[in-house]
Ligand binder design. Structure first.
Ligand code: ATP
Ligand code: MG
Ligand code: FE
Length: 344
């Protein structure tokens, strides 16, 4: 099967054509970094407007590149949440219009499921169940992935997401937006032991995360005037790695159910080399495979949305009605109890 994927939940407008044998026939991403950079973060109204201007030409471009028409697609998959609602609606309404005009089925995809299943697009040998560290701009969770649509959340953040902590710390250091890649580059020039920073929730019984205190400590270190920015960045990244490894170790120790086949990382922060390297070691020490998607599939893209649609087709999950609503919040595991002091 071939699926057209559409992504518009944050500040990447994207379209892609992907096949069930894992070929990305064409993909295009228009990033809005330049539009949002002056504001140091994503401005929802600017984002929605940019998605509306760019999405239709992007869809035309990928169809042209693949030399396909919508009639050659078996379904149209679009992110239906969670995310900035204006942008999500642009993508979902576009997908609905295309589905209505062509009679093709509509697949309303959870953006987090796109991230969660993206490692399987890149690696055909990755099988269920696996344990997933989902680290992105809005989320920091450990999930057991049993099948498309079947997730058990083992941990979440009680305050900031890890990508958010990277972005806010980068902003404090004057690195601009988006901050994650800039922090990683600066960290490479610093000493990870130079600045004493906290490791929130390190060693606590539940495998949850917390990053707000780390970000505040970055601010105090900066304000003290005692440290080089590169040393703060390196120490921040080391603290993040230490927290991730401690919390994931804890989650692996308490893993319910049938043994997992792999430790998997996905989401924008999965592009970070230090985090990938540390997780690879952790997986090896547990006798688990380690799988991480290529960098381009970590940050937001439409290939992962098309792939999530293909995963649904593979398990014969029915398409969605054309009146399905966009959802600003949409947890992968709706049964998960709220973590102390936090919502989703
Ligand atoms: P969500 O998926 O939770 O809705 P999002 O879609 O905004 O949030 P992603 O696009 O998956 O998030 O990830 C973007 C985040 O990843 C940003 O916070 C960005 O700073 C971070 N990021 C990207 N590359 C790196 C990197 N090399 N190191 C650390 N963080 C990174
Ligand atoms: Mg982005
Ligand atoms: Fe994302």
């Amino acid at each position: 099967a071939t699926v057209l994927g559409i992504e518009s939940s944050c500040d990447e407008t994207a379209a892609a054509l992907v096949t069930s044998d894992r070929r990305i026939l064409a993909q295009a991403i228009a990033s809005q970094d330049e539009e949002h950079a002056p504001f140091g973060g994503v401005v929802p109204e600017i984002a929605a407007r940019a998605h509306a201007e760019r999405l239709t030409p992007l869809i035309a471009r990928v169809l042209g590149e693949a030399k396909l028409s919508l009639d050659d697609c078996d379904a149209i998959a679009a992110t239906a949440g969670p995310g900035l609602i204006g942008g999500v609606m642009v993508g979902l309404v576009t997908a609905k219009a295309l589905a209505m005009a062509t009679g093709k089925p509509l697949l309303a995809i959870n953006h987090l499921e796109g991230h969660a299943l993206s490692p399987r697009l890149a690696d055909a040998t990755l099988t269920y169940p696996y344990v997933l560290l989902l680290v992105s701009g809005g989320h920091c969770q450990i999930l057991r992935v049993d099948a498309p649509g079947r997730y058990k959340r083992l941990a979440t953040t009680i305050d900031d997401a890890l990508g958010e902590a990277f972005d806010k710390s980068a902003k404090l250091l004057g690195l601009g937006y988006p901050g994650g890649p800039a922090m990683e580059r600066l960290a490479a020039q610093g000493d990870p032991r130079a600045v004493p920073l906290p490791r929130p929730l390190f060693g606590s019984a539940e495998p949850h995360f917390s990053f707000a205190g780390l970000k505040s400590a970055v601010m105090r270190a900066r304000d003290s005037g005692q440290y080089e920015a590169a040393d703060i960045a390196a120490s921040f990244q080391q603290a993040a790695v230490d927290c991730i490894i401690d919390r994931t170790t804890r989650a692996l120790a308490g893993m319910p159910g049938e043994p997992v086949t792999a430790l998997v990382v996905a989401g924008g922060v999965a592009a970070n080399g230090s985090i990938r390297a540390a997780l690879e070691q952790l997986a090896a020490s547990h006798g688990l495979r380690f799988v991480a998607p290529p960098l381009a599939l970590c940050t937001d893209n439409a290939a992962m949305i098309a792939w999530a649609g293909l995963e649904r087709i593979a398990i014969c999950s029915p398409p969605d009605p054309l009146d399905i609503a966009a959802r600003p919040r949409w947890p992968l595991d709706p049964d998960a109890a709220p973590a102390r002091g936090a919502g989703v």
